[in-house]
Design a protein around this ligand. Structure first.
Ligand code: NG1
Ligand code: ZN
Length: 532
C-alpha cells in the first residue's frame, strides 16, 4: 500500500461531518470536542508536512485552554516554539475543511505548493491537557502522523508552554535546555532559585503563595515542580484536579473577566494569590485587602512589574539595550500611561492574539509582552542574550552592584520561557522580582490604579460583519457603528470603548473603561445596544 493509500484508508476512520467548516483561529481550531476527531487526524497529517518542510520537529497541542471542559482544540507549534505561520494556518483550514473524498487532493496541493520532499523525515511532539476528550483526540493526531510516516514523541499531559519549550529545546540542539519535563523543571527552577538567593531573609509568609490550578494540567505539573524549588516558595495549591471541574468558576479567565476570586480557594487577607488557566499559559494575581475588598493584578500589572525590574537591572548593569512593552487594546489605559510617562519605555499596541504580540516583541532587544488576561512573556534578542551573558560571566568587574545586576538579568533569562507565555514561568519570575525588591502584593498593586472596566460578549448571527482597524480599537464596518461608539465614549470621563469580533468564539466582544465602575458598566451596556 502506498503512503497516500494508507492516509486515505485511515482517514475514513476519522470521517469529516459533511458540510462542517471550521476556522483556524487565534488559538488554532477550537470548538465542541465532538466535532474535532477528523480535525485532529488531519492536523497530524499537516504537522508531518510542516516538519518535512522546515526539517525540524513540530509540536501539536490538544487543548481548549480556558474554555469549558466540553470543548477542545488543537494548534501547531513551529520549530522555535512559536505559533505556526499564517500561510500554514490557511493550509490547516484547507485540509480540515476538505470533504472526505477531496482530502488527498488538498494534501497533494500543499505538498506541491510548498515543494515538500516526501523523502524527508518528520518528527512530531504531541501534548494534551486534562480534558476527558483529550486522550482520544490526541490519539487521532498520532494516527494522522503515523499514517503519513512521521515519528512521534507523545509527552502525554503537559501544559501548553511545556510542549512549546520541548519543541524549542529539540530544535536548538539542547542550547535552550533539555526537551524533557525534568529539563524544563531544572532550567526554570534554577533561574528562580538564583533570583531568590538575592532575597535571603524572607519570612515564611513572604515565601507563601496560594495557587488556583483551575482544575487543569497546570496544577499537576506545578506539583511535580515543587521539589525543584528548594523551599524558596511555599505553595498552597487549590483546584488541583482532584475533584472540581476544569475552569468551572475558577482559573485565570474566570477571575479576570468576573473580577472576583475563584471558587474553591481559601484566601486570607493580604495574602498573595494567583490563578492559572486550563492549559497554564496564562496567570493573574490577586488579593483581598483588610476590608475584604478584592484586587486583581492582571497581565498589565505583571508586564509593568517585570518591565520595571528589567529596566532597573539594565541601568545598574550599564547595559544599553532597548526595552519595549507590547500590549493589546485590552490593556488598561492606566497601565499604558504608566509605562509611557513614568517608566518611559516604548509601548506598542497590536491586535489581540499572542502571535501578534510575540511578533512585535521580536523587534526589540528586550520585548516584554502581555495580554491583559495574563498571557505573556519576555523575548530577548540574540545580541541582548550575548551581552547579558558576557557581563554576567565577566570576573574582572569590581563594581558589586553592576555584577549583581548582570547576574540577576542572567537568572531572569533562565526563568523565562521565551517560546510562549507560561503561567509557571511567569509565576516564578514575579515571585523572584517581588522577593528581590521586597515588595508585598499590595505595594506592587499601587504602582498605578486601574481604570474601572467591563468586558461583555454578545452572540450575533455572523461576527464577520464587524471589521476593525488600528489594532482592533476602531470598527470599520458596519457603517456608522464607530461613530456611535465615539459619541457614547464622549459621555463619560476618562473613557474608552471598542468592539471586535472574537478570534476564538462565535461572538462579538465589547470593552469599556471609565472613571468609575458604574460608568464603565453603563458605557459597556450602551455599546452592546449599539451593536445589536
Ligand atoms: P478572542 O476570543 O479573539 O478575544 C481570546 C482572548 C485573547 C487570546 C485568545 C487565545 C480576550 C479578550 N481575548 O481571544 O486575548 O488569549 O483568546 O486564547 O481575553
Ligand atoms: Zn490558555
Amino acid at each position: 500500500m502506498t503512503q497516500f493509500e494508507k492516509v486515505s484508508q485511515n482517514s475514513a476512520l476519522h470521517p469529516k461531518p459533511v458540510g462542517l467548516v471550521l476556522q483556524y483561529g487565534t488559538a488554532g481550531f477550537r470548538t465542541s470536542a465532538e466535532e474535532l476527531d477528523h480535525i485532529m487526524f488531519r492536523m497530524g497529517l499537516l504537522a508531518v508536512l510542516r516538519s518535512k518542510k522546515t526539517k525540524a520537529t513540530i509540536g501539536v497541542m490538544v487543548t481548549a485552554s480556558h474554555n469549558p471542559e466540553e470543548d477542545n482544540g488543537v494548534k501547531l507549534v513551529d520549530p522555535m516554539g512559536e505559533m505556526v505561520t499564517p500561510t500554514w494556518e490557511e493550509y490547516a483550514m484547507q485540509l480540515a475543511n476538505a470533504e472526505q473524498d477531496a482530502l488527498l487532493t488538498a494534501l497533494m496541493d500543499i505538498i506541491k505548493k510548498e515543494a515538500i520532499s516526501m523523502e524527508q523525515e518528520a518528527n512530531i511532539f504531541i501534548g494534551k491537557d486534562t480534558r476527558q476528550s483529550s486522550e482520544k483526540l490526541s490519539q487521532a493526531v498520532l494516527e494522522g502522523v503515523l499514517s503519513l510516516g512521521g515519528q512521534v514523541h507523545d509527552y502525554g499531559v503537559v501544559t501548553t508552554p511545556q510542549l512549546h519549550f520541548m519543541v524549542r529545546c529539540q530544535n536548538t540542539q539542547g542550547c535552550y535546555g533539555s526537551p524533557t519535563l525534568e529539563g524544563y523543571y531544572q532550567k526554570l527552577s534554577q533561574g528562580f532559585v538564583q533570583l531568590a538567593k538575592h532575597a535571603p531573609n524572607r519570612t515564611d509568609d513572604q515565601k507563601h503563595l496560594t495557587v488556583d490550578g483551575a482544575n487543569g494540567v497546570g496544577a499537576l505539573r506545578l506539583r511535580d515542580m515543587e521539589r525543584f524549588l528548594q523551599n524558596q516558595l511555599q505553595i498552597s495549591l487549590f483546584n488541583d484536579c482532584s475533584a472540581g471541574k476544569l475552569n468551572f468558576q475558577c482559573g485565570a479567565d474566570y477571575v479576570k473577566v468576573q473580577q472576583k476570586p475563584p471558587q474553591g480557594v481559601e484566601m486570607s487577607m493580604g495574602e498573595r494569590c494567583c490563578s492559572f488557566d486550563g492549559d497554564a499559559d496564562r496567570i493573574v494575581y490577586y488579593y483581598k485587602d483588610s476590608v475584604g475588598c478584592f484586587h486583581l493584578l492582571d497581565g498589565d500589572k505583571i508586564a509593568t512589574l517585570i518591565g520595571t525590574f528589567i529596566k532597573d537591572m539594565l541601568t545598574q548593569a550599564g547595559l544599553d539595550l532597548q526595552i519595549a512593552v507590547v500590549q493589546t487594546a485590552y490593556a488598561n489605559g492606566s497601565s499604558t500611561r504608566y509605562l509611557e510617562d513614568i517608566l518611559k519605555v516604548t509601548v506598542c499596541c497590536t491586535k489581540t492574539g499572542v502571535k501578534h504580540l510575540h511578533h512585535a516583541a521580536q523587534e526589540f532587544d528586550i520585548g516584554v509582552y502581555f495580554e491583559a488576561n495574563g498571557h505573556g512573556t519576555v523575548l530577548f534578542s540574540n545580541a541582548a542574550l550575548e551581552k547579558i551573558q558576557q557581563l554576567a560571566q565577566d570576573s574582572s568587574i569590581k563594581d558589586e552592584k553592576k555584577k549583581t545586576a548582570a547576574q540577576l538579568l542572567q537568572s531572569t533569562v533562565n526563568v523565562i520561557n521565551q517560546a510562549v507565555g507560561d503561567a509557571i514561568s511567569d509565576m516564578l519570575l514575579v515571585e523572584g522580582v517581588l522577593a528581590i525588591q521586597g515588595l508585598s502584593v499590595q505595594q506592587w498593586d499601587t504602582m498605578y490604579h486601574d481604570l474601572p472596566n467591563r468586558q461583555r460578549k454578545i452572540k450575533v448571527a455572523d461576527r464577520r460583519v464587524i471589521t476593525t482597524t488600528d489594532a482592533e480599537r476602531r470598527a470599520v464596518t458596519p457603517p456608522g457603528l464607530q461613530e456611535t461608539v465615539d459619541k457614547l465614549v464622549k459621555k463619560y470621563p476618562q473613557s474608552r470603548a471598542f468592539v471586535r469580533p472574537s478570534g476564538t468564539e462565535d461572538i462579538i466582544r465589547i470593552y469599556a473603561e471609565a472613571d468609575t465602575q458604574e460608568n464603565a458598566d453603563a458605557l459597556a451596556q450602551e455599546v452592546c445596544l449599539a451593536v445589536y
